[in-house]
Design a protein around this ligand. Structure first.
Ligand SMILES: [Cu+2]
Length: 280
């Protein structure tokens, strides 16, 4: 009976992890990571699956064994006279050194992954993300493009658009190109995070953080603000659409007209002038 239940639990767990591997967004009852779409994320998944998970499992099983062993071996009914042992130098050295060694073994690949994320290769596309309460603003500094990206309300969702994750204006980037993301905020702390790319950076007012990713497949990827930033923190999602080189060029042509930075700034100036005129 116990064996049957255990197998059932295992199969459910496996099912969840396969499901998660298919999606570029969180799914119901998900366990584990979202599917990796960049080398950084693949490194993180390998580090987690083949190093952290086995170590955690081994430690948990070992401690469980010790607890059970102590419960049975040293139970009161079997030990009428309690043992007076209070020290064992060998054991004390071992339980200090072994965890140290485990930490050192873990640290080496961990730093490797960390530094590979930190070192930004020459960027082919640069995107600036600015966190606002409660939406993201984007700029393509080299392309004279600027736009805001708001979450789509539940009642306005089209089929296929995930609730709380889809936005009106998506970030569009080409596949297999190094994208540098400059991240800042205009009011409070936010964080730009996209699980499939293994990217998460704080957006700090008055400071520009940077990160990068190189998406290795096309698709629409979803992330969320990951720093508690106020009442609508949960409603400022991030959507990145990874497209082919040609599609990206087409989008650029379109976006340069639709989101032209100078035009928007000129319009703002006109509005400001008009307001001043009205006030006068
Ligand atoms: Cu936020």
């Amino acid at each position: 009976m116990v064996y049957k239940n255990l197998m059932r639990l295992l199969s459910i767990l496996l099912l969840f992890s396969f499901n998660a591997a298919e999606a570029n967004q969180p799914i119901d009852w998900q366990l584990g990571f979202q599917s990796a779409a960049s080398k950084s994320m693949k490194d993180i998944v390998i580090f987690h699956d083949y190093m952290l998970l086995p170590i955690i499992t081994a430690i948990t099983v070992f401690v469980l064994f010790l607890v059970l062993y102590a419960c049975v071996k040293f139970r009161a009914s079997n030990n009428k006279v309690a043992s007076q042992t209070s020290h064992n130098t060998m054991i004390e050295i071992a339980w200090t050194l072994v965890p140290c060694l485990i930490l050192i073994v873990m640290a080496v690949p961990s730093f490797k992954v960390l530094y590979s994320q930190d070192k930004i290769p020459p960027a082919e596309v640069t995107v600036k993300a600015i966190g606002y309460q409660w939406y993201w603003g984007y700029e393509y500094p080299d392309e004279n493009i600027i736009f805001d990206s708001y979450m789509i309300e539940e009642k306005d969702l089209k089929p296929g658009q995930p609730r709380l994750l889809a936005v009106d204006n998506e970030v569009v980037v080409p596949v297999n190109k190094v994208v540098k993301v400059l991240i800042t905020a205009n009011d409070v702390l936010h964080a730009w995070a996209l699980p499939s790319f293994g990217v998460k950076r704080d957006a700090v007012p008055g400071r520009i953080n940077e990160t990068w990713f190189k998406a290795d497949r096309t698709g629409t990827f979803y992330g969320q603000c990951s720093e508690l930033c106020g009442i609508k923190h949960a409603f400022m999602p991030i959507t990145v659409r990874v497209v082919t080189e040609e599609e990206y060029k087409d989008w650029l042509l379109e976006a340069k007209e639709k989101f032209a930075k100078e035009e928007i700034q000129n319009e703002l100036k006109i509005v400001k002038k008009n307001i001043k005129g009205i006030i006068k």
